[in-house]
Design a protein around this ligand. Structure first.
Ligand SMILES: Cc1cc2nc3c(=O)[nH]c(=O)nc-3n(C[C@H](O)[C@H](O)[C@H](O)COP(=O)(O)OP(=O)(O)OC[C@H]3O[C@@H](n4cnc5c(N)ncnc54)[C@H](O)[C@@H]3O)c2cc1C
Length: 396
């Protein structure tokens, strides 16, 4: 157990901020989560939670709040976008749960966020503050002073900046002025009723449709009652933010080259939102004194491996374990967290970027990709991701 006097201020009440709050509180640390918005952000569509993430949610005691909200897909079905032909059906469900001792879940981002928040609200060591934006911090002899936009000064042993892709604190902690830059792809997301899934498609599955310069992904959420849909297309223009509305007709216009079942599913969804994809080169450092970056603030993650939220969960439990074992040397604990996480997230980010290139291939490269997918053993393909899904925290 960590000494009782340790306390943390967390800037950002997203998935990473709430998860690290819970993980630290379990170690006996007093935590204040400062969320800039007046309400915790519950927008978003689907989130996939591989065994490396579901294991953490189970260990943190969050899974009980997700019981009727997650789905456990049996397979990942890859389609040629234009013909709809199945290229591969990779095992998830019982197969992957047995292999890694934890399930592969799909969920609505809102439900994951609500589960984390409900758990955090029930923990007396966690204070959740809304409309509380942290704009800077100052180092103190035995801690930090986090400075709010309203001039409020919050003292704590250390500061965790979990303030997302557009992090305010990234520059001062990392010493880098680098900003995320657009990838040239835009994502559209929506949710539709499970009854709208065309009958020819496998029901309880993650489906990926590959087309030149575009791909679509859909999977069950809300305990299988709904389907989350994402369509990602090459697109030069870019805008900040996660939640701009998109016209349904604009999305339909982007999927004309896809086979009828995917088009019919997309047409059943009424409300669309869009966000541009951004990438960032690795930062020179994630820690400065007693301030540390976590989640998207430390390492923005492209969505092609569906690991953005899970990497924030992994960060959370790693940071909490290091702080708890710090023996009073917090700065060294924060460095140890960074050292452990950096190599891992770099590998995941590279794999995600590679997937993005493979998904959007054109011409002969796409044909070669499809042939390889058809001949490879499905179990071997998923086993190739053991390094990803088999990750376990040292102790939680
Ligand atoms: C509204 C929203 C919708 C999303 N939708 C999807 C989706 O549909 N699919 C998907 O895969 N991923 C989505 N994501 C991204 C995904 O949730 C994150 O990539 C991942 O969970 C990492 O979480 P994070 O906590 O590091 O960052 P985020 O989840 O981005 O959380 C950062 C939090 O910090 C707050 N904040 C920012 N600056 C400050 C500050 N200075 N002081 C205090 N608080 C601050 C933000 O309001 C936000 O709540 C979404 C993120 C957001 C914020």
């Amino acid at each position: 157990m960590a000494p009782a006097r340790l306390s943390a201020v967390i800037a950002g009440g997203g998935i990473g901020g709430l998860a690290v709050a819970i993980a630290l509180a379990r170690r006996g640390i007093e935590v204040r989560v400062c969320e800039r918005r007046s309400e915790f952000p519950e927008e978003g569509a689907g989130i996939q939670i591989g065994p490396n993430g579901s294991r953490i949610l189970q260990d943190l005691g969050v899974a009980e709040f997700l019981a009727d909200k997650v789905a456990t897909p049996d397979a990942l079905v890859v389609h040629d976008g234009a013909s709809g032909r199945e290229l591969a059906q990779l095992p998830l469900g019982a197969w992957i749960a047995k292999r890694h001792g934890a399930p592969y879940w799909t969920a609505h981002r809102r439900d994951l966020h609500v589960a984390l928040r409900t758990h955090a609200e029930n923990d007396p060591r966690i204070t959740l503050a809304r409309a509380s934006e942290i704009v800077s911090y100052a180092s103190e002899p035995d801690g930090i002073a986090a400075i709010g936009a309203n001039g409020e000064v919050l003292n704590a042993s250390f500061l965790v900046a979990a303030d997302g892709l557009w992090s305010t604190l990234r520059g001062s902690i990392s010493g880098s002025s680098a900003k995320p830059h657009p990838l040239g792809k835009i994502a559209f997301r929506s949710v539709t009723g499970a009854g709208n899934l065309p009958s020819e498609l496998v029901r309880n599955a993650v489906h990926i449709w590959l087309s030149p310069g575009a791909h679509a992904v859909h999977y069950p959420v809300n305990g299988g009652r709904d389907i989350a849909l994402v369509v990602i297309v090459d697109n030069a223009s870019a805008a900040e933010g996660w939640d701009a509305p998109a016209a349904a007709d604009a999305v339909k216009g982007k999927i004309k080259s896809f086979a009828p079942p995917l088009r019919s599913l997309v047409e059943s969804a009424q409300q669309w939102r869009q966000w541009s994809l951004y990438r960032m080169p690795p930062l020179p450092r994630w820690t400065s004194g007693r301030a540390v970056l976590l989640g998207d603030a430390a390492h923005p993650m492209l969505p092609f491996l569906a690991q953005g939220a899970v990497m924030a969960l992994e960060d959370a439990v790693t940071l909490a374990a290091e702080v708890a074992a710090s023996n009073g040397n917090l700065e060294s604990a924060l460095h140890d967290y960074e050292r452990q996480r950096r190599q891992r997230v770099t590998k995941v980010a590279e794999a995600s970027e590679r997937n993005g290139r493979i998904y959007h291939m054109r011409g002969p490269a796409a044909l070669a990709r499809n042939t390889v997918m058809k001949v490879r053993s499905p179990e071997r393909v998923i086993a190739g991701f053991d390094w990803l899904y088999g990750w376990e925290p040292r102790s939680c």
